[in-house]
Each structure stands twice: as structure tokens, then as C-alpha cells.
Design a protein around this ligand. Structure first.
Ligand SMILES: Nc1ncnc2c1ncn2[C@@H]1O[C@H](COP(=O)(O)OP(=O)(O)O)[C@@H](O)[C@H]1O
Ligand SMILES: [Mg+2]
Length: 600
């Protein structure tokens, strides 16, 4: 896994414009299947907001009744009864609104997460290699969470506040005409200024989030490699790396706080200043008898509502912009063409290859390092059922040759054929079903041993599994566990040795029954005893298949049909062990001599 710092340019500013807003609206495609609960929720939301506006007119009305100037012919008791009923209805509406919006947001976002995961798992390896694991997983967690909070809460609240804002203004215009102009002339100014502030704060908050995400990557990486960190006593370096990151977070946060503080001061001074100014004008009118006391109360209440809704609309706007940014990053992944379309059923392999492999003038360099040619004009032929070995120094390109065969990367020039057809002409899933690889380091999934072996063929019977485990020399140790095949492996279960994991991977490959078997230094990290067990299992596995063996120890490949010595992505020598050994100063002999010297 390559580790690379993501480009600064990628995480830069989000601006609301037509283009990314349109893109963000694509996410509403996920809400569409739940449009009825959504519309119903919107109805309860709007009705609830209007009720709220109505309820807020009652305190002023009560004062008018007390002072003997009722607007409606109602007694105090009747008004209180009416208030109780309104509050009850309001409660029911709120309950339904929360319930409906949660249904919409949870279900739609679960679908989005599933699609995102499906996309991630079907994307080509080059795409994933360019990004850190933590960065990719945060798309599915943080970014979706951000979108979800907008879909479930922010959007609803935003709308509620807009209804209250408009409603309160309409009431003021119709019921308190003389004061409306004073009020309306002060607030638009405040709104504009608030938006200007909000934009700055938003940028800084976003920068802080990104920086925090970066520092989390440090934590993730070191926790994954904790043994290396400890073995190299690198704790202090990692701590200071983390600390440096945190300091950047704090610095940006402080800068943002500066702006937020100014914003708060601004709200207090200008917003409340405007509020009291308008109230002062109203009080004078009451004093002159131009206005009822109760209407003054109403005016204050509604002006307060207008102010409060402006303030919250500003902050929701910030959240919505952040969510638009998150949507953008989500769509970046969703819009990248996937490598394959996953199929629901992994059935047994019906289109079995014969297993003739031919590389013809293949050239390749990794997409991340285009300028470094790794495979340079490689040609060879392997007949069905043959066993061949690739040997050569580390970095020669051996693993790359295998990865090209697995179609993890596309070649730049030349052709790779299997059974006389270009490998790219096959359906990728059918194609890969014909291949199995046993790598040097086997990582198992955190389920049971049974589940891990079933990875080879999900519809295999228990008898098949046991048979495969026996052939893989794994049955003995599996049986020694009290839970047998149902033993949990990985973090929450038993820790298996390298050789044991290798044999489970072999059992998996036996179940898969591939036409072509790829072994990438499958035994080179094992001790002598497990090497023998694994080698025996591999010998069983290789029978009747075309096999490409990358061997570290030359002693293990003496009896293969042909040995290719690879150097700099090319074949420099080829032939049987006997033939190559006979070349006095040949590349094979040089390798053998090196190993011999090492053993001595
Ligand atoms: N994912 C990758 N991205 C970029 N370069 C790579 C990648 N994997 C391997 N390389 C480079 O390709 C060359 C061949 O690597 P590899 O095939 O793994 O060699 P071998 O298996 O013979 O030791 C090396 O120089 C290595 O640094
Ligand atoms: Mg290798």
C-alpha cells in the first residue's frame, strides 16, 4: 500500500455556485424513493411553523384583553383553552415531523452509503492507491454524516425558519404598518453583513476540519503499524508529527474563533441595537396612544422572531454549504467509472480456461509513477498445465507481472493472451474466477475460519471445506481448536501463525479450483517446518493447473518446467534448472551463488 499526501488543491474551498449546487441536488435522487414521507414531513413542518406563529400572538392578545381592548371577542379562559389546544396539535405535528424526516434520512443515507461502498470496492486499484485509506473511509462516514444531518435536520430547520421569518414579516406589515418600514430598513443591512461574515468563517471551519482529518490519518497509520513504531522506537517522532498537525488545527481554529467572536459581537451590537431601536420607536407610539400595549408586546415578539430566524438561517446556510462540499467529494467517487459491476451470485466457474498464457512485448509502468518503466518488452509463453518460475532480485518486476495478469493494472503496450484471446476481452469477473493467488503475507478477514475458506467458493458444502482444508494441510490445526471451523480469527479471535494463515489461503484456492495459479513468494516468510507443510500443500494445489511461481529460495523450484530470470522488467535468461545451472557466469547461477553465500 503506497502512502501519499493528498494534494492541497483537492480539499480547497467550496463555493456555492450553480454547478456544484446542481451536482449536490443529485444526492436528492436518494431521497426520491421516500418522497411521500418527505412531503408529509414538509407539510407537518409548515403547518407546525404557522401554528407557532399563531401561538406567539396570544401573549399580546392576553394583555389587550386585560387592558379592555380585545381584538377578538374572547374571555381570558377561552384564550387559555385555545392555547392548550394549539400546543397539543403543535406537539403532535412535531412528533410526526421528526419521525418522518428520520425515516427519509436514515433510509436514503443507508442507500447512499451502500452505493458508495459498492463503488469503492469495485473501483480499480490505481484509483484507490492514489488515496489514503483514512481519506477514502471518511467519505463513507464523515461526508455522508454531514449530508445526512442536512437532509434530516438542517434543511427542515432552514425551511421552518424561513417560514417563521416571512410569516412574522407579513404579520408586522399587516398589523403594525407604521412600524414595518423602520424595521424592514434595518434588517436587510444586517442580513447582508451577516452573510459576508459567514463566508469567512465557513472557509476557516472547513480548513480546520481538513487539518483534523489529516491528523487522524497519522493516528490510523500508526495504530495499524504499531509494532513497527515500537520496534523502531519511533513513538516520539510520531507523537511530534501528530502534535505538529494538532498545532495547525489549533492555529486555524483560533483564527476562525477570531472571526466567530467578531460575528457574535456584531450580532449583539448591530442586531440587538436595531431591535432596541425599533422597540424605542414603538414605545413612543404607545405613549402617544397610537398603539395598544398588547400590540407592542406582539411587535416585540415578532421582531424578535425575525431576528432569531435571520441568525439561524445564516448558520444553517454554513452547514448546507459544508454539505455541498461533502456531496461533491461523494460524487467524485460515485462518478468514477467502476472496474466491474458486482454480481450477486458467485457461482462455480463455468467458463474454465485451458490455461495457455502468453505475454507479447508487454510494456508497463505504474499509473502513479508513469516515468519509471517497470516492465519493458516482456515476452514469454506458458502452455496449459505447465509450471514455471519467475526469479530475480527484488524490484525486478516479478510481482508486477502477476498483478498484470490479475488485471489490477492495464498494460501500456503489447498484449497478454490467455487461450489465444486478449485478457481484456473476457468478462472481468469470469476472468478472475479462473485465477487464484497465494501471496507472501495472507491477511484473513475477521470472521470464522470457515468463512475465510468459503471466500474461494461461497456455495461449497461442509464436506468440500473439510476436504480442501485437508489437502491444504490445514485440517490438523483447525481440528485442534475447540470450535474447529467456527473459530473466529483476527482481532477478536485466535491469532494464527503465518504458516497457518498461508494454509487457509491455500484451502481457499483449492475450493476456487482455478485454471491458473499464482504464487508470489508464498513460502518465503515461513520457518523451515511450516514451509515444508505449506510446500506440500502447494504441490497438491498445483496439480493439473498452469502455475506461475515466484520463488525466493531457488531450491524450491528445481523441478519446474521453465525458469525465467527477470531483471529490470525483462527476461534475461530462461530454461530448466539444469540448463541454467550449466551457464557458467549466467544470471541464474549468480543468483544461486548469492543465496548459497547467504546460507553459509
Ligand atoms: N503499486 C506500485 N506503484 C508504483 N510502483 C510500484 C508499485 N509496485 C511496485 N512498484 C515498483 O515496480 C518495480 C517492480 O516491483 P515488483 O514487481 O514488486 O518487484 P518484485 O516483485 O520483483 O520484487 C519496483 O521498482 C517497485 O518499486
Ligand atoms: Mg514481489
Amino acid at each position: 500500500m503506497s502512502v501519499r499526501k493528498r494534494g492541497e488543491s483537492e480539499k480547497d474551498k467550496v463555493k456555492l455556485n450553480k454547478q456544484n449546487l446542481n451536482r449536490a441536488l443529485q444526492i436528492f435522487g436518494y431521497v426520491l424513493p421516500y418522497k411521500w414521507p418527505f412531503i408529509l414531513g414538509m407539510f407537518f413542518l409548515s403547518a407546525g411553523s404557522l401554528l407557532f406563529l399563531a401561538i406567539m400572538s396570544l401573549p399580546g392578545e392576553i394583555l389587550n384583553i386585560i387592558s379592555g381592548n380585545p381584538t377578538y371577542p374572547l374571555t381570558l379562559n377561552q384564550v387559555f383553552l385555545f392555547l392548550l389546544v394549539l400546543l397539543g396539535v403543535q406537539g403532535v405535528f412535531s412528533y410526526l415531523r421528526v419521525w418522518l424526516f428520520t425515516i427519509v434520512s436514515e433510509r436514503s443515507m443507508a442507500n447512499l452509503r451502500k452505493d458508495l461502498y459498492q463503488q469503492l470496492i469495485t473501483l480499480g486499484i490505481p484509483f484507490l492507491e492514489k488515496r489514503r485509506v483514512g481519506e477514502v473511509t471518511s467519505r463513507i462516514t464523515n461526508d455522508v454524516t454531514q449530508v445526512q444531518s442536512v437532509v434530516s435536520i438542517t434543511l427542515a430547520e432552514f425551511l421552518r425558519q424561513i417560514i417563521i421569518f416571512l410569516g412574522a414579516i407579513v404579520i408586522i406589515i399587516f398589523k403594525m404598518k407604521s412600524l414595518a418600514l423602520t424595521m424592514l430598513l434595518t434588517f436587510p443591512v444586517v442580513v447582508l453583513l451577516a452573510m459576508f461574515f459567514g463566508r469567512h468563517i465557513r472557509k476557516l471551519v472547513k480548513k480546520r476540519q481538513d487539518q483534523l482529518a489529516d491528523s487522524n490519518v497519522v493516528v490510523e497509520e500508526t495504530m495499524q503499524n504499531i509494532q513497527t513504531v515500537k520496534a523502531y522506537t519511533y513513538e516520539w517522532v510520531e507523537i511530534s508529527r501528530y502534535q505538529t498537525n494538532l498545532e495547525k488545527v489549533v492555529r486555524i481554529a483560533l483564527k476562525a474563533a477570531h472571526m466567530r467572536g467578531l460575528f457574535a459581537a456584531f450580532i449583539i451590537f448591530v442586531m440587538f441595537g436595531a431591535l432596541f431601536f425599533v422597540m424605542w420607536r414603538a414605545a413612543i407610539m404607545v405613549q402617544n396612544g397610537a398603539m395598544l400595549q398588547g400590540d407592542l408586546v406582539n411587535f416585540i415578539v415578532y421582531t424578535g422572531l425575525v431576528g432569531a430566524s435571520i441568525a439561524s438561517i445564516g448558520s444553517f446556510y454554513t452547514e448546507i454549504v459544508a454539505a455541498v462540499g461533502a456531496t461533491d467529494r461523494i460524487l467524485d467517487i460515485l462518478d468514477t467509472p467502476a472496474e466491474v459491476q458486482p454480481k450477486e451470485n458467485i457461482t462455480s466457474n463455468t467458463k474454465r480456461f485451458e490455461g495457455n498464457i502468453s505475454y507479447d512485448q508487454v510494456h508497463f509502468s505504474y499509473p502513479s509513477r508513469k516515468d519509471v518503466p517497470v516492465i519493458q518488452g516482456l515476452s514469454f509463453d506458458i502452455k496449459s498445465g505447465q509450471k514455471i518460475a519467475l526469479v530475480g532480485g527484488s524490484g525486478a518486476g516479478k510481482s508486477t507481472i502477476i498483478q498484470l495478469l490479475l488485471q489490477f493494472y492495464n498494460i501500456d503496450a503489447g498484449e497478454i493472451r490467455i487461450d489465444d484471446r486478449s485478457i481484456y476481452e473476457y468478462d472481468l469477473l469470469d476472468y478472475r474466477r479462473n485465477l487464484a493467488i497465494v501471496p507472501q503475507e495472507v491477511l484473513l478477514f475477521g470472521g470464522t475460519i470457515r468463512e475465510n475458506i468459503l471466500y474461494g467458493r461461497p456455495d461449497a458444502s461442509s464436506a468440500d471445506i473439510i476436504d480442501a482444508a485437508q489437502k491444504a494441510n490445514a485440517w490438523e490445526f483447525i481440528q485442534s481448536f475447540p470450535e474447529g471451523l467456527n473459530t473466529i480469527v483476527g482481532e477478536r479471535g485466535v491469532k494464527l501463525s503465518g504458516g497457518q494463515r498461508q494454509r487457509i489461503a491455500i484451502a481457499r484456492a483449492i475450493l476456487k479450483d482455478p485454471a491458473i495459479l499464482l504464487l508470489d513468494e508464498a513460502t518465503s516468510s515461513l520457518d523451515a517446518e511450516s514451509e515444508k507443510l505449506v510446500q506440500d500443500a502447494l504441490n497438491t494445489l498445483m496439480v493439473g493447473r498452469t502455475s506461475i511461481i515466484i520463488a525466493h529460495r531457488l531450491a524450491t523450484i528445481r523441478d519446474v518446467d521453465c525458469i525465467f530470470v527477470i531483471e529490470g522488467g525483462q527476461i534475461v535468461e530462461q530454461g530448466t534448472h539444469e540448463a541454467l545451472s550449466a551457464i557458467p557466469d549466467g544470471a541464474y547461477n549468480t543468483l544461486a551463488k548469492l543465496q548459497f553465500d547467504l546460507i553459509e
